[in-house]
Ligand binder design. Structure first.
Ligand code: COA
Ligand code: AMP
Length: 632
């Protein structure tokens, strides 16, 4: 079947389409209906279907005779470790760890927070939660104590699971001080913190609360899979929104499993037994969907890579892994490719490896510039596919579905709509724009299975943030346009979210921190384009009257504050002092105009602007500090 006929048929009757796809997974009880609406009017897929995601990802394959196939390959250049786990071994590990959680009285619906780097135990922990019907919330290791505390208070976990530390290239990051500090900041306290001690960094244990991971496993009884409803939450994953408070994206069990299974075959072109690798981190949605759940549900071999694209040990690291494990489909972020290109612009390191099994290269997580896509396509001589999605969707919304039909690749476009995403470009009056006209990227409701049903403990915020601006649609936060052939081009966020090295961050959260400096009267943090990371934040700061601090000292202190509150991953490394910021007469900072100025895009100042001459001042400041595409 061609892509177009598949897409058209699916969109004509999404319920039948997804009911059919639901037959691809092993339910304990088949769902009586595909799509329903709950008491708040929100869409829910497969309500009444009974299942267990861990069963689908692990036990099912053992029952089907795949027990001896490798489920996970752990490759850690930073610790010099390589290990493999078959599905049978994975079942053993996961069932035992579920036993540990059970002993700690974790039950269906309880939350478990996980703060760990890329190691197999993080996947065991996630799957063990799924096995019990407990809801995991994995927090990316690059976030600081304050961000962790916010998530602890929102998710109120019964237990925290952590490792004593991680390694960033050659730098040891001890995790325990971060968790301990977070728990002094949070109101909520977990009953226990279970610590996996790693040999290179020993965590100090707090008696009574902290438990040793390996000691807990001693003589533990394995725990079977618990039956959950399709609409029960599998996990909460916090992502940056337009305020300092992250959004708790909920993923349900049933829709998620059906959508991921569909995507593995139809988008990524892999079958059971194939090796699939997403070089991301379990702290991000890519790690949830395409390191852990998707590949396992499809019966693939997945790779847990604890390393970087460069310097572990060199820019050939990715090619080494692709070759060594015979990867068929590979997924990474454009930033990683730009980092490789910077170090090995001729791709000489690639020539050392046999990549004969490697078929498809997928890129996502941030906008992929044409130069990077073309450089990689020339180097690999294989399809390089940009595709687009977000934490909220949980799986791709736009792609080139190689498992169905490889369409011509148009550099700059993230592809065409995936069934049954109906991606439209809207103007501010909720009207669909003509081809090639740029507007807000929105999706006609209902969203397909797998996409978020709501936000954790905050349905009102879900409605306000996503469903209100464009009635009848889900608003993605991105801008873009569609060409005459239905290819969509994502041009970037049109809200206060930025994307730094494929990491989604909130400028509002950074502004909260910067505004907390005693010298700062007001500030705006804007994402500006950067060669390697795509975007980086820059703070524009107005000082309080009478304050005596040098710009360099202030910048140093602000950088430390953002690192301390949000984390190194924010990559906040620049702050400049402005006399004033552009504002409306009612005092609202015109960040959109500042973004347009730094991006070198045209804009028309609103009639409500307080004083238009501030724009000339700002332009001069950007020129002086070489900020923005026009001046860098
Ligand atoms: N734990 C602790 N700290 C972390 C971290 C983690 N998991 N991840 C990143 N950091 C830290 C880094 O050590 C760095 O700290 P520093 O300021 O002290 O040097 C900081 O956060 C910024 O990290 P990063 O954005 O990764 O930049 P980098 O310059 O260290 O590395 C790349 C550049 C390109 C190699 C790296 O950004 C990369 O691999 N990017 C691809 C990311 C990706 O795959 N994203 C996809 C998500 S779907
Ligand atoms: P996250 O929720 O962290 O996955 O980030 C999602 C955001 O990243 C999207 O809303 C986009 O702004 C951006 N993004 C992801 N993939 C792409 C892509 N292929 N092209 C352009 N932007 C992308």
């Amino acid at each position: 079947m061609s892509y177009q006929s598949l897409y058209d048929a699916a969109l004509q009757d999404p319920q039948s389409f997804w009911a059919q796809q639901a037959n691809q997974i092993a339910w304990f009880h088949t769902p009586p209906t595909a799509l329903t609406r709950d008491e708040e009017g929100l869409y829910r897929w497969f309500k009444g279907g009974k299942m267990n995601t861990c069963y689908l990802a692990v036990d099912y394959h053992v029952e089907q005779g795949r027990g001896n196939q490798v489920a996970f390959i752990y490759d850690s250049p930073v610790t010099n470790t390589k290990k493999q786990y078959t599905y049978k071994q994975l079942q053993h590990e996961v069932a035992r760890f579920a036993g540990v959680l059970h002993r700690l009285e974790v039950k269906k619906g309880d939350r478990v927070l996980i703060y760990m780097p890329m190691m197999p135990e993080v996947a065991f922990a996630m799957l063990a939660c799924a096995r019990l019907g407990a809801v995991h919330s994995v927090v990316f290791g690059g976030f600081a104590a304050n961000e962790l505390a916010i998530r602890v208070d929102d998710a109120t976990p019964k237990v925290i699971l952590m490792a004593s530390g991680g390694i960033e290239i050659d730098k040891i990051i001890p995790y325990k001080p971060i968790v301990d500090k977070a728990l002094t900041l949070s109101k909520h306290q977990p009953n226990h913190v279970v610590v996996l001690q790693r040999p290179f960094v020993l965590a100090q244990m707090q008696e009574g609360r902290d438990l040793d991971w390996n000691t807990m496993l001693y003589k533990i009884r394995k725990h079977p899979c618990v039956e959950v409803d399709a609409t029960d939450p599998l996990y909460i994953l916090y992502t940056s929104g337009t305020t300092g408070k992250p959004k708790g994206i909920i993923r349900d069990n049933g829709g998620h499993a059906v959508a991921l299974k569909f995507s593995m075959k139809n988008i990524f072109g892999v079958d059971a037994g194939d090796v699939y690798w997403a070089a991301s981190d379990v702290g991000w949605v890519v790690g949830h969907s395409y390191i852990v759940y998707g590949p396992l549900i499809q019966g693939c071999t997945s790779i847990i890579y604890e390393g970087k694209p460069i310097r572990t040990p060199d820019a050939g690291a990715f090619w080494r892994v692709l070759s060594e494990y015979k990867v068929k489909t590979f997924f990474t972020a454009p930033t990683a490719i730009r980092a490789i290109k910077k170090e090995d612009s001729e791709g000489l390191l690639l020539k050392q490896y046999d990549l004969s099994h490697f078929q498809y290269q997928f890129l996502a997580g941030e906008r992929c510039d044409v130069a990077t896509l073309e450089w990689l396509s020339n180097l690999l001589q294989r399809p390089v596919i940009d595709h687009w999605w977000q934490t909220e969707s949980g799986w791709p919304m736009l792609a080139n579905m190689v498992g169905v039909e490889l369409l011509p690749i148009k550099p700059g476009s993230a592809g065409k709509c995936v069934p049954t995403y109906d991606v439209q470009i809207l103007d501010e009056n909720n009207e669909v724009l003509d081809a090639n006209q740029e507007g807000a990227v929105a999706i006609k409701l209902p969203l397909p299975p797998g996409a978020l049903p709501t936000l954790w403990n905050d349905t009102q915020r879900f409605i306000d943030s996503y469903l209100t601006a464009y009635p009848g649609y889900y608003f993605t936060g991105d801008g873009g346009y569609k060409d005459e052939e239905g290819y969509v081009y994502i041009t970037g966020r049109i809200d206060d979210v930025i994307n730094v090295a494929g990491h989604r961050l909130s400028t509002a959260a950074m502004e909260e921190v910067v505004a907390g400096h005693p010298a700062v009267a007001e500030c705006a943090v804007i994402g500006i384009e950067e060669d390697l990371k795509g975007q980086v934040p820059v703070g524009f700061v107005v000082l309080k009257g009478g304050v005596d601090i040098s710009e360099a000292q202030l910048e140093k202190e602000l950088i430390q504050m953002v690192r301390g509150h949000i984390g190194a991953v924010a990559a906040f490394r620049r702050a400049v002092v402005a006399k004033r910021l552009p504002k409306t007469r009612s005092g609202k900072i015109l960040r959109k105009i500042m973004r347009a100025m730094t991006d070198g895009k045209s804009f028309s100042p609103p009639s409500t602007i307080e004083d238009i001459t501030v724009l000339d001042e700002l332009n001069e400041l950007m020129r002086e500090h070489k900020i923005g595409v026009a001046f860098s």
